[in-house]
Design a protein around this ligand. Structure first.
Ligand code: ADP
Length: 950
């Protein structure tokens, strides 16, 4: 920025300077040329005047000499011719006026003829006697008469030639012209001057007037020569030849341009020189300014650097909590820097005055040079630590660095030092030493075998209590590496763990088995990186723990496999019981529709009830075993909470009415309408709890169901459920076990209330699964209160309301319609079932609807049948010999036409994963046994619509 400013300033200045120079040059030039013209005009006039005067004088003297000559002339021609005196006089006259007098003619009036003299050379003339008269041109000749007119001497003048020679003596420069004005005629006098000479008319007129008046004159004007025009200065000076009586004048001219042409070149060189000078000056100036700028920049940089260093130093002192001090040669403090107050709290003066009391104790040399100054007279510096008492009374540790000075003679002259407050570091180090000591104590007391290594795995220290657990005495390991001390192949494993600990900075644990003299031992070795150059290993003897763990693992594995076996057993058992039960109940259903008497009907009703309660028991057992096996998962759906609760309560309305029980339901208004929860599981929990309350409450008792909601965060709510009755109650000691399966208060065979003792166990497990706890409060004879909490999330109303699943909906067809089903929905049906009772039952049902399904007794048969015939609908039992239902479904789906039939799986197994597997295998739907007529008819109907949508 600075640089470019200077540059532009210099350029501007140069321009101004050039302009001024041009202007001054112009003025100077004008003045000089004016002056030159004036001078030259003056000179020209002078020369003209001199020439004219001289010409005048010569002509006058010619006239006078001629008169004298004439006066002494002999009276006759003859006398003249014979007079030697006359010859001498004539020769002298002719010689004297040689160029002017062209010819001299002498006539005697009384004589006939005349004598003519012509000058031949210097001392010689020719004399011709002419017997004739001659007329004279009065312009060029003039005549002088002697006394009494007896002789007339006339001369023929050679004026132009004479004057041409005459004016040569008057120098007017190379570009001048010398002219003669004679009788209104202009004649060139200069060499080579000929041709017409023309002045502009105005000048010519002025010249004419001046000459006519006998005036000299100076003029300026145009001059035409050989057709070329030039500006000239003109000087005119008149003279006359009296005898001729004609007015003459010299006119000298000088070309103006030629006068000043010299100045041009002089000016050109002057300007050139000045310009060169200017350029040199500018270059020098530029260089100088550049140099100056560089110097300035360097100076400013240097001063900034100095400033920065100074500031840094000050900051450093402040940051490092230091102050500077000076000591004289006697060790007396003579000066301290002002920031001592921020370090110690004293002013500079206070410190210097009280320094003896401020220093506490001896100084602690930091370096190894403990020798005193006298021992090492040329010591350069010293570092030591010193305790100082602050103004506040606090003692701080300081670190002092002193630079020692000497005179030229080597005499110690004083020192300057920096004193830094290192109390924090000192305390930290002290506490580190303390903690290191503590650590050492702790390490020593640890039962673990501790080794310390450097980062390459070399043993550098140890803390060992029982050397019996080592391969060799610990001191033998020092200096060796892990690879050397631990036998192969464990050394590689240990080394890898060691390196992992070094690189990751995290503890690495590895198991080490060693064959010691005391037997095979197992150690758990942990490698811990202590700091940037140490690693510690802690080895613990885990031999006995390992043995215990092995034992436990075996028993855990045994327990787990037992549990798996139990689950499998339960699943299989349920299938085995459900399948015949399915047939049994189906047959009973059919039997009840035949003509029976009242007693028979009653018996059948009992069988039917027993069968159904047996199924409920099986379902409960299955549920519980599923929960136990951890196979139950939450199936969250958005439900209308209030509606669901009403539905559950409604189920018990018949019984409640029968027992005249007073049941109240109270749902907190704050409960959100739409909640995200597992409806079926909540249903099951409440079904069990409300069912128990109804069961264990005598007639006209009270049951209250309360639901409260508490908002937690955003959309989350805690629901508090309470089911309270004033029934028979439960003894206190029985309560803790009620959630165990198959537990009842009255376990005797003769108990009053039916049940399996699984309801509460299932409810308890389900509540836990849903994130809540079941709490039971009860007193015999007073009633019971079952409460639990559930954690739920409120939800927006779903776009489609819950659609009841077809299996639960009552799509029962009227009996008449059932009979004609095969006519309305003609389908080819295949039934794959191995159980004889079920086959009979299904055949009766299909028969009632007018169908005659084909039968396959195992999966293979089913696939074969599908190959030879195209079915619309297949009822496929899952568990069949040779090939099960799932495999058969997969095989059918792979057949060319196998994608077409609707395949409905049948199984006593109600595990969700079984159902999922069925869909995966390619089944369209799934029915859980026992199945009934309605379910079958609905499936027929829906599959017909699927096969023949029109
Ligand atoms: P159960 O099928 O026997 O009802 P539960 O697990 O549901 O099995 O109940 C276990 C036992 O807990 C019952 O047999 C009964 O003795 C006792 N019990 C459960 N609910 C109540 C109640 N509301 N009042 C009194 N006793 C109850």
């Amino acid at each position: 920025m600075q640089k470019s400013n200077t540059y532009w300033m210099l350029t501007g200045l140069s321009l101004v300077f050039v302009l001024m120079l041009v202007f001054l040059g112009f003025l100077f030039y004008t003045a000089l040329s004016d002056n030159l013209i004036t001078t030259r005009t003056h000179e020209l006039a002078k020369q003209t005047e001199l020439a004219a005067n001289e010409a005048q004088r010569r002509l006058n003297s010619l006239e006078e000499d001629l008169i004298y000559f004439t006066g002494v002339m002999e009276a006759s021609s003859d006398a003249m011719i014979h007079s030697p005196a006359n010859d001498i006089r004539t020769k002298r006259l002719l010689n004297t006026y040689a160029p002017i007098i062209k010819r001299l003619i002498i006539q005697h009036p009384g004589e006939n003829g005349m004598i003519v003299y012509n000058l031949v050379n210097q001392d010689d003339f020719e004399r011709i006697v002419v017997n004739d008269h001659m007329d004279f041109n009065p312009q060029t000749n003039f005549a002088v008469y002697g006394p009494n007119k007896q002789v007339r001497v006339s001369i023929h003048l050679n004026l132009q030639e004479y004057l041409s020679v005459h004016v040569r003596d008057y120098y007017i420069g190379p570009y001048g012209n010398k002219l003669l004005f004679n009788q209104n005629e202009l004649l060139y006098l200069s060499d080579g001057g000929d041709g017409e000479v023309v002045f502009s008319a105005a000048i010519l007129e002025q010249i004419n007037q001046d000459i006519a008046a006998g005036l000299k004159g100076n003029y300026e004007g145009s001059f035409f020569q050989d057709g070329e025009k030039s500006q000239v200065i003109i000087a005119q000076y008149p003279f006359k030849v009296r005898q001729l009586n004609n007015q003459m004048a010299f006119i000298f001219t000088l070309e103006k341009s030629q006068i000043i042409s010299g100045i041009y070149s002089a000016y050109f060189y002057l300007f050139g020189f000045l310009f060169l000078l200017l350029c040199i000056v500018l270059i020098l100036l530029f260089k100088f300014s550049k140099q100056n700028a560089t110097n300035n920049q360097m100076l400013s940089d240097a001063s900034q650097e100095l400033d920065r260093l100074f500031r840094q130093q000050t900051m450093l002192l402040q940051e490092s909590n230091s102050f500077v001090y000076y000591l004289d040669q006697d060790g007396r403090y003579i000066r301290v820097s002002d920031n001592i107050s921020s370090v110690l709290g004293y002013s500079q003066e206070e410190f210097i005055e009280n320094v003896e009391t401020i220093i506490k104790g001896e100084r602690q040399e930091v370096d190894n040079e403990k020798s005193s100054q006298t021992d090492l007279p040329k010591k350069d510096n010293e570092t030591f630590e010193l305790d100082l008492i602050k103004k506040s009374g606090e003692v701080i540790r300081t670190k002092n660095f002193e630079k020692l000075y000497y005179t030229e003679e080597g005499e110690f002259s004083g020192r300057v030092g920096i004193c830094t407050d290192i109390q924090d570091k000192y305390s930290a180090e002290k506490s580190l030493i303390n903690s290191e000591n503590t650590l050492r104590l702790v390490l020593d007391s640890l039962p673990d075998i501790i080794f310390i290594y450097d980062l390459t795995g070399v043993y550098i220290d140890y803390h060992v209590k029982e050397e019996i657990l080592l391969l060799e005495p610990p001191q033998n390991s020092i200096g060796k590496t892990i690879m050397e001390v631990i036998p192969s192949p464990m050394n590689v494993v240990m080394m890898k763990a060691f390196e992992r600990a070094v690189h990751t900075n995290r503890m690495q644990t590895e198991e080490l088995e060693l064959m010691l003299r005391s037997g095979k031992k197992t150690f758990e070795v942990r490698f811990i990186k202590l700091d940037h150059n140490k690693v510690m290993s802690l080895a613990r003897d885990t031999t006995s723990q390992k043995l215990l763990e092995n034992g436990l693992r075996e028993s855990k594995d045994a327990a787990e496999s037992a549990s798996r076996a139990k689950s499998e057993f339960l699943a299989n058992m349920s299938h085995e019981i459900r399948t015949p039960m399915n047939g049994l109940l189906g047959m009973i259903g059919l039997l009840s529709k035949t003509a029976l008497n009242q007693q028979q009907k009653n018996y059948i009703q009992v069988i039917q009830d027993s069968g159904e309660s047996l199924l409920t028991i099986i379902k409960d057992i299955l549920d519980y075993s599923k929960i136990e096996a951890g196979k139950l998962e939450l199936d969250l759906k958005i439900v209308n909470f209030r509606d669901q609760i009403y539905k559950i309560i409604n189920i018990f309305s018949g019984l409640v009415n029968e027992k005249k029980i007073h049941l109240s339901l109270d749902i907190d208004n704050d409960t959100p309408r739409w909640l995200l929860l597992d409806r079926d599981k909540l249903f099951q929990i409440l079904f069990n709890l409300v069912g128990n309350a109804v069961k264990f409450t005598p007639e006209e008792g009270d049951i209250s169901v309360n639901i409260k909601a508490e908002a937690i965060l955003n959309k989350n709510f805690m629901l508090y459920f309470t089911v309270k009755d004033n029934g028979i109650g439960i003894p206190l000691e029985k309560i803790p076990n009620l959630t165990e399966p198959f537990t009842q208060v009255d376990g005797s065979n003769t108990r009053e209330y039916a049940g399996t003792g699984l309801g509460l166990a299932i409810a308890h497990k389900l509540i836990e699964l849903m994130g809540g706890t079941l709490n039971i409060e009860s007193a015999p004879g007073q009633g019971s209160c079952f409460s639990f909490t559930l954690f739920v999330t409120s939800a927006a109303e779903p776009i489609v309301d819950e659609v009841p699943s077809p299996s639960t909906s009552s799509l029962a067809l009227p009996e008449e319609e059932l009979k004609n089903l095969s006519n309305r929905y003609p389908l080819s049906i295949l039934m794959a079932e191995d159980n004889e009772i079920n086959i009979q039952f299904m055949n009766i049902i299909f028969g009632q609807m007018g169908y005659r399904p084909d039968l396959a007794k195992n999966g293979m048969e089913a696939v074969d049948k599908c190959r030879s015939k195209s079915y619309d609908l297949i009822f496929m039992d899952n568990q069949m010999p040779k090939m099960n239902g799932l495999e058969a479904t997969k095989a059918i789906r792979k057949l060319p036409d196998g994608h077409r039939p609707v395949i409905i799986g049948l199984s006593a197994n109600i595990f969700q994963e079984e159902i999922d597997k069925a869909y995966e295998a390619g089944m369209d739907d799934y029915l859980t046994k026992p199945i009934n007529l309605n379910q079958i008819s609905n499936k027929i109907k829906s599959s017909y619509l699927k096969n023949y949508p029109d």
